[in-house]
Design a protein around this ligand. Structure first.
Ligand SMILES: Cc1cc2nc3c(=O)[nH]c(=O)nc-3n(C[C@H](O)[C@H](O)[C@H](O)COP(=O)(O)OP(=O)(O)OC[C@H]3O[C@@H](n4cnc5c(N)ncnc54)[C@H](O)[C@@H]3O)c2cc1C
Length: 311
């Protein structure tokens, strides 16, 4: 319950324009500023430097150019162009070719058809340069639209694309079967958004149990699933399950967020697993940052300590 209350509290705060302004002023203002713990920086150069450093440690990456819930077609167009430019910049830099994006950043809440066009423009640029693109999953209000759009582009022939499903939602087993039937890739997460009990489990133990069930389903019937969690018990369970079935270590991958459980990231790499780090960057980092605080309220103490230390 505390988990749900904390998510709700930080989600509400994430809508505060005043807090956003204050955080934006201090959060990235120096090399040790508090938001840098979770966000790789604000520019493409920052992102490329972060990817290089992570790759040098033998870890894989996916880059997320932050932004979501745009309210105008102009903002969606800007985000689309910036993603295409990012593809070209990463191609030139010769770093890993893997992106994550959100459909509300491409105009999902404004005009669905234009959002699909924007997505396809990015996918086409990505395909030219051999990128894989993951469509992140947002709140349950967007689940149907996200999956429908994903299925549309898949059926139109875009293949370098995968989607995210959340174990907190009751519906997810059916969604896993739907994406498996397409032969597409799923990243499984617990779910970062506050959801009502009409659609989602409210107790962490239920979300965790569903995660294990769905991860096993993906490992047996899915296509190269991404097991995205920092939960050590679940990671151990997944490792045992994969070993019992003699699954090859490159038949799936683990994923974690930038700046979270680096010890576990390195340990999995050392054990010979594929370990991908989700690297967010960009000026619109505030909602992402607030979700990370909501997942672990102890992070607030970390932010406060950083602020005091900077004075
Ligand atoms: C690669 C990746 C991509 C994701 N994409 C999406 C997406 O598209 N849509 C979506 O809804 N969610 C996404 N998420 C977030 C996810 O839904 C969870 O909110 C988040 O991963 C925390 O859950 P957990 O599985 O780590 O388990 P938890 O039970 O929440 O945490 C397990 C342990 O991990 C550590 N931990 C977890 N979160 C934090 C934190 N913020 N700060 C410090 N330590 C922490 C703690 O040690 C904690 O005890 C993504 C997560 C990952 C790793």
């Amino acid at each position: 319950m505390l988990d749900a209350a904390s998510k709700a509290f930080f989600q509400t705060l994430s809508y505060s324009a005043t807090l956003k302004k204050l955080a934006s002023r201090y959060g990235m203002s120096g090399p040790r500023a508090f938001a840098r713990r979770f966000i790789a920086g604000e520019t493409v150069d920052d992102a490329i430097a972060a990817v290089r450093a992570i790759q040098a440690q033998g870890l894989l990456c996916t880059l997320d150019y932050l932004g979501e819930s745009v309210t105008s077609l102009a903002a969606a167009e800007t985000a689309t162009r910036e993603y295409v430019t990012l593809v070209e910049a990463l191609d030139r830099a010769g770093v890993e070719r893997n992106l994550s994006l959100k459909l509300t950043q491409l105009g999902l809440d404004v005009d669905r058809a234009i959002c699909v066009d924007n997505l396809r423009r990015i996918l086409q640029a990505a395909a030219r340069c051999g990128f894989f693109v993951r469509i992140d999953m947002e709140s349950s209000a967007h689940t149907d639209a996200t999956l429908d759009i994903f299925e549309t582009v898949w059926k139109l022939g875009d293949r370098g694309v995968g989607v995210v499903l959340q174990s907190c939602l009751y519906r997810t087993e059916k969604d896993v079967q739907r994406v498996n039937a397409l032969g597409a890739r799923v990243r499984l997460v617990k779910g970062a958004y506050r959801e009502p009990k009409s659609v989602a489990y409210q107790h962490k133990s239920d979300v965790d149990a569903a995660y294990v069930r769905l991860a096993k389903l993906l490992l047996t019937e899915g296509v190269y699933p991404a097991i995205a969690t920092h939960d050590e018990d679940i990671l151990n369970e997944v490792k045992r399950f994969a070993a019992d079935r003699a699954l090859a270590r490159d038949a799936f991958e683990f994923q974690m967020l930038y700046g979270i459980r680096r010890d576990l990231q390195n340990a999995l790499r050392d054990e010979g697993y594929r370990m991908r780090v989700y690297v967010p960057f960009g000026r619109e980092w505030f909602p992402y940052f607030m979700r990370r605080l909501g997942e672990r309220p102890a992070n607030v103490a970390f932010v406060l300590r950083s602020l005091v230390a900077e004075r």
